[in-house]
Design a protein around this ligand. Structure first.
Ligand SMILES: Nc1ncnc2c1ncn2[C@@H]1O[C@H](COP(=O)(O)OP(=O)(O)OP(=O)(O)O)[C@@H](O)[C@H]1O
Length: 240
């Protein structure tokens, strides 16, 4: 059996009287592409924030490659191999594309030239090598999304969390972005994709987890989840 990359066990998180996550459990194997979906407010971002150390779960455990990382601070979690992209892309606007990525690579080295070399490798992989010398603010939206992935990859993650990476892109752009992500995955990076663009997550993920009101209501292959009555109800029963 493939090694377990991530184990999320009974994770709960409350904000005052609001239960954002309630006993969420799932496991992920090394190399897997997992989708995380659910209506607005279902708890997807909160789960990402628990995994990346932004929030400490009130209950439950998060184990990454055999190490219990529950409650670790974000920088330590990045260092052990978990990176994320953000829904709102906010590169350092005036800095070049190359230096935006090199900042991430400085996690593992204090040598700026080495960080730049690593950044160039990553830029090649995400298809932004030609743009390496332009300021980040001059990139188009899809290029900024590629940059966001590059910045995360520069920290050399084993697990990459993608937060609504397809939002705002045209269908053809989504396809190109997915091609790039498949290539990153082939090179050994596992991924969890939080996504409202169903076509993207259904095409990308091997397995999908569905949250509603902080609870896991379904889990399975994309085609199974898509015809699950609980999932259909969850989406029809909420105003999007
Ligand atoms: N820092 C916070 N303080 C108070 N409530 C919060 C906080 N973060 C999230 N919540 C609440 O927790 C619930 C889950 O929110 P979360 O952002 O995780 O959902 P989501 O599934 O990511 O939604 P969306 O698809 O709209 O991004 C929501 O009701 C939200 O208002």
């Amino acid at each position: 059996m493939a090694e377990r990359l991530l184990v999320v066990e009974g994770v709960s998180k409350r904000f005052g009287g609001l239960t954002a996550l309630e006993g969420v459990s799932f496991t992920m194997r090394e190399g897997e592409r997992l989708g995380l979906i659910g209506p607005n407010g279902a708890g997807k971002t909160t789960l990402f924030n628990c995994i990346t150390g932004v929030y400490r779960p009130d209950r439950g455990r998060i184990v990454f490659r055999g190490t219990d990382i529950t409650g670790w601070p974000p920088h330590r979690i990045t260092r052990i191999g978990i990176a994320r992209t953000f829904q709102i892309v906010r590169p350092l606007a005036k800095m070049t594309v190359l230096d935006n990525v090199a900042v991430g690579a400085l996690l593992h080295t204090s040598d700026v030239d080495e960080a730049r070399r690593k950044a160039l490798e990553v830029l090649e992989l995400v298809g932004l090598y030609e743009k390496r010398h332009v300021p980040a603010q001059s990139l188009t939206l899809i290029e900024k999304k590629r940059l966001e992935v590059a910045r995360a990859l520069a920290t050399e993650p084993r697990l990459l969390l993608l937060d609504e990476i397809a939002a705002g892109l045209r269908p053809a752009e989504v396809d190109r972005l997915l091609d790039m992500l498949f290539e990153v995955n082939r090179r050994g990076v596992s991924m969890i994709m939080v996504e409202h663009v169903m076509r993207a997550v259904m095409n990308f993920a091997e397995r999908i987890i569905v949250l509603q009101y902080g609870r896991k209501i379904a889990e399975g292959k994309p085609e199974e989840v898509a015809r699950d009555p609980r999932v259909i109800d969850a989406y029809l029963g909420t105003e999007e």
